[in-house]
Design a protein around this ligand. Sequence first.
Ligand code: ATP
Ligand code: MG
Length: 270
Amino acid sequence: MSHTQTIRPPVGERVRLADYNPDYHGAFASKAEAEERLQAARDRLRELQSVLYAEHRHALLIVLQAMDAGGKDGTIRHVMRGVNPQGVRVTSFKTPTPEELDHDFLWRIHPHVPGKGMIGIFNRSHYEDVLIVRVEQLVPRAVWEARYDHINHFERLLADSGVTIVKFFLHISKEEQKKRFLARLHEPDKRWKFSKGDLAVREKWDDYMRAYEDALTRCNTPWAPWHIVPADRKWYRNLVIAETLVETLEGLNMRYPEPEAGLDDIVIPD
Ligand code: ATP
Ligand code: MG
């Protein structure tokens, strides 16, 4: 897929989100135009997941981060549709429990890292600990400052252990968030998703963007790269993510395990 607007910020370069248009949609004029490509990517993803599972050599960790209404749930629903549920586990990270807070911030994360053969999806993640925690000043500055390094080392450990990590920031505009909040308020089947607390977070939009820019800059490593996904158009977001996952898995050069010898002569008894 060729992008005029890059989705993969170069490692080591400072990310400025103003340089990334959330409404970017490549060469496609409409959802309908992109549909075939999305379907093809989904089909390929299903095949690749099947080999990943059978080969049992790699794990894939997908990290999804976004502002509220940024489309994390929709991404999982639309992109992973068709993939064998047995091979995928989604973990949503909420406000930490008192027990979790009694430990280091990665303690609750580590058990949910996918094992060999599995795809793990983090709906929010350890990045909350340098996002909401930083903006809301839930810990002293020195504590969250140290976490960028902790995260890079943690992700390095995972990568060295056979986990391929792909991180997506679903980049929506403040205007698009407003539209989606209004939809949540006005459509009966979306209302349950509206939380008044989300408005307090929206008020600090600029602080969050700064915190995101730092996470996207400081934790953008060769072993766990960030992708900045234009996400105002859901269909383009889905396409970018689906194709990125396909590309990532294809890069692993996976193969089905060799079957046992002598299968050609097998007769199944009645
Ligand atoms: P939806 O988009 O459907 O509302 P959500 O991911 O926002 O889903 P919620 O239950 O609404 O789920 O919110 C979870 C909340 O937990 C978020 O506000 C998030 O910032 C917060 N959270 C997650 N991890 C941490 C953390 N480590 N410290 C503090 N807050 C956290
Ligand atoms: Mg929420």
